[in-house]
Design a protein around this ligand. Structure first.
Ligand SMILES: [Zn+2]
Length: 333
């Protein structure tokens, strides 16, 4: 998924299944049933850049489990905003894996993806992101940025600290560079903090600009994850975002972008523990031995896999199998 999708590259694909563990960062793995919103709209949003793995299964466990425990709805969204890395064969495979696992989205039916273009696929939604961009541009909040990775690295080398604060290290907003379609576009998110509720971590507050202005479109012409999911969650009425702890830092930036686009009520968040390798590295799709399809092909039942995912997430102490239809029980009072 956009969210659980690691940036792992070649050479990271080691670690036997026995090495998997979940570091307990803060708080419990299970949200207090009394704080769960009633009938939320949430989403499962994988990126088709590899096969579903145990990390996705943990995310699915929370997503379907909480939706079923609260009378909520699960939307399925294909996050193929990265056109260079996304592949139709991975989308086809993940749809098949969801069906084998017994996980049905409430909206849209899986058949909608197989039928062709759908607004639940990001690559079919470019006009909507472009319209959102234009709204921000008309408000004077978008600028072209010529800074490269080397610009950021050079700043860090010179000052002995990473770049922080409003804008970008090159001060590009003041330069008024042309948007030639092959340059990064950033949104000027401004100062101040955003507050939100995290169902595991409690009330949170942080500054969106702590890492600089976020890119909304990269120089390859891709809409960024940060921007596309904000537009998607608004248009689809998603009011509960369930994702891994690695995205906690992105939250204030996304809340600010949503506010700039006119979203009045922010979503509630749940950032769940990540499944990691014993080495501490995040599990990614590069770890083929933990792909859901290879585990299913090897004879594991969906119930056994959900039991294992629940233990990895710290939701149960053993691997007691959980039927796909009983996931709500993990989150009920
Ligand atoms: Zn710049």
């Amino acid at each position: 998924m956009g969210e659980a999708d690691g940036a792992a590259g070649p050479g990271e694909a080691d670690g036997a299944a026995e090495d998997l563990f979940v570091p307990v960062v803060t708080g419990a793995a299970r949200p207090d049933p009394r704080v769960l919103p009633a009938a939320p709209v949430t989403r499962f949003a994988p990126a088709p850049t590899g096969h579903l793995h145990l990390g996705h299964l943990v995310n699915a466990l929370y997503t379907w489990g909480i939706a079923r425990a609260t009378g909520g709805r699960v939307l399925l969204r294909i996050e193929d905003h990265d056109r260079q890395r996304s592949r139709p064969e991975f989308e086809a495979a993940l749809l098949e894996d969801l069906q084998r696992l017994g996980l049905s989205p409430d909206e849209p039916p899986i058949a909608a993806f197989r039928a062709g273009a759908t607004p639940y696929r990001q690559s079919n939604s470019g006009e909507l992101y472009a319209a959102a961009l234009e709204r921000l541009r008309e408000a004077g909040l978008i600028y072209a940025c010529a800074c490269s990775r080397a610009t950021f690295a050079g700043y860090e080398e010179e000052r002995r600290r990473p770049w922080r604060g409003i804008g970008c290290p090159g001060g590009c907003r003041a330069l008024g560079l042309d948007d030639n379609g092959a340059i990064t576009l950033r949104a000027a998110v401004g100062a101040g903090s955003e507050r939100w509720i995290d169902l595991l971590a409690g009330p949170m507050a942080d500054e969106p600009a702590s890492g600089g202005d976020p890119p909304v479109r990269d120089r390859a012409g891709n809409w960024t994850y940060l921007f596309a999911v904000v537009v998607d969650d608004m248009r689809h009425g998603v009011d509960l975002v369930i994702r891994g702890r690695d995205l906690l830092e992105a939250t204030p930036t996304q809340l600010r972008l949503a506010k700039m686009l006119g979203r009045e009520a922010p979503p509630v968040f749940l950032h769940h523990p990540l499944v990691r390798l014993g080495s501490g590295r995040k599990l990614s799709k590069a770890h083929g031995d933990t792909s859901v399809r290879s585990l299913l092909d090897g004879g594991a039942s969906p119930a056994a896999l959900f039991g294992r995912a629940a233990r990895l997430a710290g939701l149960q102490t053993d691997e007691q199998p959980i039927d796909p239809g009983a996931l709500g029980g993990l989150f009920s009072a």
